[in-house]
Design a protein around this ligand. Structure first.
Ligand SMILES: *Cc1c(COP(=O)(O)O)cnc(C)c1O
Length: 388
């Protein structure tokens, strides 16, 4: 490509046009909210007149809550006695519910990025709890497991979305409950339900829906804890009361009005994954996308996976560092004007990085196309600087 080589005028990244044949069919690679499948949106549009704008106390919406609960039970092969509980407010609100209704006295937190840190902070600020035990590691790594000592709940994060590091879900050999923030991991990473007591998430990541709701898969031990704490006399705001959420969920309802479109789109995605082959199929699809991104980055002289330990690299959110002389922000800006969205890194991480969502809704072929587009943009930016 001769244009711009040796020229004193650098290319304006906003003016680079990525050839149509290189581009992905769908340009959404955000880590959350993330790609919603067009088929699900079309199904919502078809059902809208009998569903959107209808009472959440009537059969239409309640059957949607019922399908969500049954679909998740099937997807995660939940053992007898586990229940699917849901409520309003997304994961951030669930952290507060956890502080009120799941932690008896003291929690243990594995902190390795922004989301796991926020969860620990919610527990630290609660005046009715002892200060949590925190086991922390540098961004891009994950902490090792420790004995929970006197802690009655271990807070894990299946996938740290801010750094692209995943951790295994493992049960300690004490009575401590295992509560896993699986907001970005659930539905894209394999998990054994016997290893957790609470596996909670929102629906705007692997479930390819919109924000606003939290879902918690709860073991019999977790349900017992919720009921014991609600009988203990501790003050619990109604909107954060998991005992209330449990009663409502058993009737396929929520305490207050849920986001109806979010529910519908999530059910579409859960049914789609179950029809394609379930969690194993979804995890294999994410593995394929991850393989494409990491092998591309490892083979590129200008990019490298941020997470150095290959086994810790997330299969649902890839973080890729670029060489310092290539400005990642110029790359993401160029992608954006070409319709390829949300490849920016987590803002507080402050790295020269791209972050790529690889959830089940995202086509592995589109991920491959994205790597070709990134190469094209970098080549064009580089050739413009050719002389220096
Ligand atoms: C996105 C995300 C959250 C925040 O979810 P909200 O529904 O916006 O509160 C929390 N934890 C993890 C791991 C996430 O990826």
């Amino acid at each position: 490509m001769a244009s711009g080589v040796g020229s004193a005028n650098p290319v304006n990244p906003q003016e680079i046009v990525i050839p149509a044949e290189l581009r992905p069919l769908d340009g959404r690679f955000g880590s959350g909210p993330s790609k919603v499948r067009p088929e699900a949106v079309a199904a919502l549009a078809r059902s809208a007149s009998g569903y959107l704008g209808t009472s959440h106390r009537q059969a239409g919406v309640r059957s949607m809550v019922g399908r969500l609960r049954t679909g998740l039970r099937q997807l995660f092969s939940l053992p007898e006695g586990y229940e699917v509980v849901l409520g309003n407010g997304g994961t951030t609100v669930f952290w507060d519910a956890m502080v009120f209704c799941l932690i008896e006295r003291r929690s243990l937190h594995y902190v390795f990025g922004e989301f796991s840190a926020k969860c620990a902070e919610a527990a630290r600020r609660a005046p009715h709890l002892d200060d949590p035990q925190i086991v922390e590691s540098q961004p891009g790594t994950r902490p090792g497991f420790v004995a929970p000592g006197d802690c009655d709940l271990c807070a894990l994060t299946h996938n740290e979305t801010s750094t692209g590091v995943m951790m295994p879900v493992e049960r300690p050999d004490t009575g401590a409950l295992v509560a896993v923030d699986a907001t970005s991991g659930a539905g894209g990473l394999p998990v054994d339900p016997r290893a957790f007591d609470v596996y909670y998430f929102a629906l705007q990541k692997s479930f390819a829906s919109d924000g606003g709701l939290w879902v918690a898969l709860c073991s019999p031990d977790a349900l017992e804890r919720i009921q014991a704490i609600s009988r203990s006399g501790r003050y619990i705001p109604a909107s954060l009361d998991l005992g209330v959420a449990l009663e409502q969920s058993r009737q396929d309802q929520t305490l207050n009005t849920p986001a109806l479109a979010t529910l519908f789109l999530a059910v579409e995605q859960i049914d789609w994954i179950n029809d394609q082959g379930g969690l194993e199929w979804a995890a294999a699809r994410c593995d394929r996308s991850a393989e494409i991104v990491y092998s591309w980055a490892e083979g590129s002289p200008r990019a490298a996976p941020f997470v150095t330990e290959p086994a810790h690299r997330s299969r649902v959110v890839a973080t890729i560092d670029l060489e310092p002389r290539i400005e990642a922000a110029a790359v993401t800006r160029t992608l954006r004007v070409n319709g390829i969205l949300d490849t920016e890194p987590y803002r507080k991480l402050g790295r020269n990085q791209l972050r790529i969502g690889m959830y089940p809704a995202i086509e592995p072929d589109d991920v491959a196309a994205l790597t070709r587009c990134i190469d094209y943009v970098i080549d064009t930016l580089e050739s413009a600087r050719g002389g220096d």
